[in-house]
Design a protein around this ligand. Structure first.
Ligand SMILES: [Zn+2]
Ligand SMILES: [Zn+2]
Length: 357
């Protein structure tokens, strides 16, 4: 099978993808992903960067090299925009804040992403508060994320992150300690306007992939910074482990919301190459999920009442089996249940059992 563009390794060339906007590819190694695009938006004062990669020295060295190719240094970065709370997007933010005094922009619901994907029991909320020196509200939302992960999954299955990766992340998190968590100095919401690259960009809140995902739209140049919300050839993971009861519904709404934005001519995703037709891509992504929902219903008819794991093993190929597949399957089953197309009960072993049609 041909490699998807999102899987391509990071290229070292810095590309000008639009007026005052540079694409810099940073290396990452995550399932299905070979690079993350950090965009640098240039103005008279220096630059803003969007999604500065994973935490850690390899990314940081690459960031400095890429900025250098564009005649910039770390100290020129006055703003960091983080599209959502996944570590491949917020990794360099804390360091830019520390070393360049950059303000960090993220949605006001931003939550420390690693907690979302770990059941590590050794970090308490008190530890977090001490490490981060953060205000109550932010620590509380971290606490909710922690709680959601300490217990078993809502459907009674294993945790979605394979132990190996969870451990790696936590080793990384411990090693980086306080330096890892970005301070959000400018929390934003839908409709807020940011001045970047010398012009106005509008914030759109696009929950689905995460609850705190934002996209940015520049009507002057017809640019759209899509983060992970709309990717060119793959669909973002929709996790059932969410504070929202129906993250898939939120995702559909967020796709419609961005498809309705007029005059987008150039879409800049966080992984893969820039593309033109935002609306067509949102339609294709919705179709993918509609087909998946139909598949889930068909599986239910075939198997009869079944656990989330049983559904997920019909829905996904064996190489994808595991917690993440179950989490995505759970999101689809809950979407069907909440729209009246599935019912659920808990069996004697504490597992959720779904019945469709
Ligand atoms: Zn993501
Ligand atoms: Zn991503």
């Amino acid at each position: 099978m041909a490699r998807k563009q999102e899987q391509e390794p990071a290229r070292s060339e810095v590309e000008e993808v639009a007026a005052g906007v540079l694409r810099m590819q940073l290396p990452i190694r995550m399932p299905g992903l070979g690079h993350v695009n950090m965009y640098a938006l240039l103005d008279d004062e220096g630059a803003a960067v969007v999604d500065p990669g994973l935490p850690g020295p390899l990314t940081w060295r690459t960031i400095r090299n890429r900025l250098g190719q564009a005649g910039l240094a770390v100290r020129h970065v006055h703003t960091v925009v983080v599209t959502h709370s996944h570590p491949d997007h917020f990794g360099g933010a804390a360091r830019f804040a520390r070393e360049a005094g950059a303000q960090v922009v993220a949605h006001r619901a931003f939550r420390f992403g690693v907690l979302e994907t770990s059941d590590e029991p050794e970090v308490s909320v008190e530890d977090l508060a001490e490490q981060t020196g953060e205000a109550g509200a932010q620590v509380e939302s971290h606490a909710r994320a922690l709680d959601a992960w300490r217990s078993r999954t809502p459907w009674g299955g294993e945790h979605p992150m394979p132990g190996f990766r969870t451990r790696t992340k936590w080793r990384m998190a411990r090693w980086l300690g306080r330096s890892f968590i970005p301070p959000i100095s400018r929390p934003v919401r839908s409709g807020d306007v940011l001045k970047l690259a010398g012009r106005e960009w509008f914030v759109t809140h696009t929950p689905g992939h995460t609850e705190d995902h934002i996209c940015l739209h520049d009507p002057d140049e017809g640019l759209f910074l899509a983060g992970d919300h709309v990717l060119p050839t793959i669909t973002p993971h929709i996790s059932g482990l969410s504070l929202s009861p129906d993250p898939l519904h939120n995702f559909f709404e967020s796709l419609d919301r961005v498809a309705a934005i007029e005059s987008v001519r150039h879409c800049l995703p966080a992984h893969g190459h820039p593309f033109r037709d935002l609306r067509a891509r949102t339609e294709a992504i919705k179709r993918h999920h509609f087909e998946r929902l139909e598949n889930v219903k068909g599986i239910g008819r075939r198997l009869g009442p079944s656990t989330v794991r049983a559904f997920s093993r019909e829905l996904f190929k064996p190489r994808s089996w595991g917690g993440m597949a179950e989490s995505e399957t759970y999101a689809h089953l809950e979407h069907l249940r909440l729209s009246g197309e599935a019912s659920v009960h808990r069996d004697g072993g504490g597992q959720l059992v779904y019945e469709t049609g």
